[in-house]
Design a protein around this ligand. Structure first.
Ligand code: PAF
Length: 281
């Protein structure tokens, strides 16, 4: 496995790997790897001949008050995990390699970027779309793998790929959960034992919505009411949003008459966690 620091070298190595082996799969990450990331690598290995990954804590997707500086970083550990999973190339640039000081170009996916997490994290999806576009230009993958956990990110990257005519396919992999239901996240590492327990309210609220849906309820407002109620009994957790939306446009969906995304975000102390489920009548 090669760890590459510059865009130029990464592009050359990816092109050579593609010429040699065929289909190139790509798993972009911010490091602090967990089993969710490794499931993306495994999916990439089954669907492509060579797997490239990136580890880059992207400053442009963090707000000024967010956790950019304290975001967990451990390149050596992450590279070991990638190597064990058969990743061939890891791109791990410094911030200056991705953003020159006079960098002036951004990718904005209008509308979608202001919904769900975009509403409480202004500029977040501009940062995500921009860095993912740069990574796609550098790696030139045939298939790129993203986790369903960040459902808004999936919608935004999908729209960007379609609108800007990137020549690649996007594969979305299911959320990986702890045995008690908590969705895996690099940010779970911030939680103390009491917070970890309180954080289960996200999963509980989604399960409550799923239960109502399975009992025949199709009115989104009823689902949201019941799910939000779960948060009233967990005062250590501050609900950011609980929404029922179209998974592609992220627009609110009053009736569940087709595939629907039920998404939640909440703060446990300073830690912001997200989770979601898809419902299909
Ligand atoms: O999902 C993530 O880890 C990040 O948002 C991504 C896609 C690697 C872009 O920085």
């Amino acid at each position: 496995m090669r760890v590459v620091r510059t865009a130029e070298e990464m592009r050359a190595l990816c092109r050579a790997a593609k010429a040699r082996s065929g289909c190139l799969g790509f798993v972009p990450t911010m490091g602090a790897l967990h089993a969710g990331h490794l499931s993306l690598v495994r999916a990439a290995r089954t669907k492509s001949a060579v797997v490239a990954a990136s580890i880059f804590v992207n400053p442009a997707q963090f707000g000024p008050e967010e956790d950019y500086t304290r975001y967990p970083r451990n390149l050596e550990r992450d590279c070991g995990l990638f190597e064990n999973e058969g990743v061939e190339l890891v791109f791990a640039p410094e911030a200056g390699e991705m953003y020159r000081e006079d960098s002036a170009s951004w990718v904005i996916v209008d509308g979608l970027s202001d919904r769900l997490c975009g509403r409480s994290r202004p500029g977040h999806f501009r940062g995500v779309a921009t860095v993912v576009a740069k990574l796609f230009h550098i790696v030139e993958p045939d298939v790129a793998f993203f986790g369903q956990k960040d459902a808004a990110q999936v919608a935004i990257i999908g729209r960007m790929v379609r609108d800007l005519k990137f020549a690649l396919a996007i594969e979305v992999c299911p959320i990986v959960r702890e045995p008690d239901g908590l969705a895996l996240s690099s940010r779970n590492a911030y939680l103390g034992p009491a917070e970890r327990k309180a954080a289960l309210v996200l999963f509980r609220s989604l399960e409550r919505a799923r239960g109502l849906f399975e009992g025949g309820e199709r009115n989104s407002f009823e689902l949201m009411q019941a799910a939000r109620h779960e948060f009233l009994v967990e005062p250590a957790v501050r609900l950011d949003y609980f929404e029922v939306v179209d998974p592609d446009s992220l627009e609110p969906q009053p009736e569940i008459s087709k595939k629907t995304l039920v998404a939640v975000a909440a703060y446990i102390g300073c830690t912001r966690l997200i989770d979601n489920i898809l419902l299909e009548p």
